[in-house]
Design a protein around this ligand. Sequence first.
Ligand code: AMP
Ligand code: MG
Length: 519
Amino acid sequence: MNNLVSNIYKKDFVTAFEGDQSGNTRPRQTPGALYSKAVPTPVSDPALLAWSDELAAELGMGKPASEDAIDILAGNFITSTMYPYAACYAGHQFGHWAGQLGDGRAITLGEWIDAKGESWELQLKGAGPTAYSRRADGRAVLRSSLREYLMSEAMFYLGVPTTRALSLVTTGDQVLRDMFYDGHPEHEPGAIVLRVAPSFLRFGSFELLAARQETENLKKLTDWTIERFYPHITGENKYLQWYKEVVERTAVMIVEWLRVGFVHGVMNTDNMSILGLTIDYGPYSFVDDYDPEFTPNTTDLPGRRYAFGRQASVAKWNLSCLASAIAPLFEGTDQLVEALDGYDSTFWNKYTAMMADKLGLDSLRPEDSSLISMIEKAMIAIKPDMTIFYQLLITLPSALSDANEIIDCFKESFYKEPSAEASELLVLFVRQYLERMKTNTCSREESERKMRASNPRFVLRNYLLHEAIQDLGRGNNTLFLRLQEAIRNPYSDRFDQFFVRRPDWAGQAAGCSMLSCSS
Ligand code: AMP
Ligand code: MG
């Protein structure tokens, strides 16, 4: 088996494109360069806190067996075939053009080839400054690193397209952070995640080249992306076909977020993967009490641009930025505009099909859209716990009709007593739902199987992460280890110790319901 130390890493990206090879990490603009060499800054006392055997097995990678291997995971050792670099990209943040951004604290070490010949970018997050760190330190704190490590793997096991995480090391160094942005910075333990994806290219990578009017580079990057990651797309119309597929993959990702109740929190175009993967885990959250207006990001509070229920439309807005960026590769913009507009029907078809599965319907019929809008209205009015609500729906008795009995069936998911109007909406939905279920052409077991596969029973709630982080700070890793197991079994009842509503104390606690970007 191959291992981190002896592996021969590929460096296709850096050989294909122009970069700044100086290794200088002074913050600056890097015109003409798609990346800048950035050697990780060593840390004082690296220790392995977590390692994913499952992901390592997929990559055909042996466990870190030597100090050298741990040193690689901490940025203290670079092998002779690695070429560490920070990617340059740009982006729109909160709806505004932000110019050049780039990996301010992410450093790609090299490309790992698995047994099937697939290539994976290995990237350290928090390994020190790069040319794109601007005024920041290039480091990451344990709190946010643990969140990225656990959540990206949790999303993978939920079946949501995502980047992965292989390891989490503590650095032994302290990092200064103003967690609440209130002028009271404090030292926190530093950490580094090694994350893995076929590529970390973003919409912003293409926006950068468009903004710089480097059309040749733009064409080259697009060709490269298609060749490597969309190899089935060839021929004359390939740019259009490719864009359509990015639109489709993005729609699939958003539908999956909505299925499991995930809110990303910072859907800037520099955080949108060109492969349709969930990327850059920051102030994210699962929805506990159902609310389309819920945003977990304190910076997003004024406009709630990135709220749960707005993610589908923001994705389209982001796709429009990508369309503008690649427009120079087209003769006119009509076809691009049409492809962008295709997002609405693609999204809607996938969304309604997903909802039909969540509800256990045999197939999606035209009249089912009213059922879907009824459940949404009822949930908005009641604000039940989303995860628990859908689990209760799976075991709903089929012979219900009394209103009180119906409401009682969902009690376990309520954060507060529902109003009379809200209760009425739920009763209306349930009655129509049970009628519809009678006409299912599949068996009840088949329908239940579908529901169990579409509705997670365990989700990695922010308050659980918060508790795990606090416990680790006191030297207790019990909850962390338990969560690491639970994320691998989100559809089973094996971890029903976590099948409870978010506790009252966590409703308003910082780090539980709301998070800042400080990480
Ligand atoms: P984000 O909102 O986390 O996607 O970050 C936006 C930009 O800020 C990215 O280019 C990051 O690389 C950069 N950034 C965030 N935190 C740091 C940090 N501690 N040091 C350097 N750059 C950072
Ligand atoms: Mg980012």
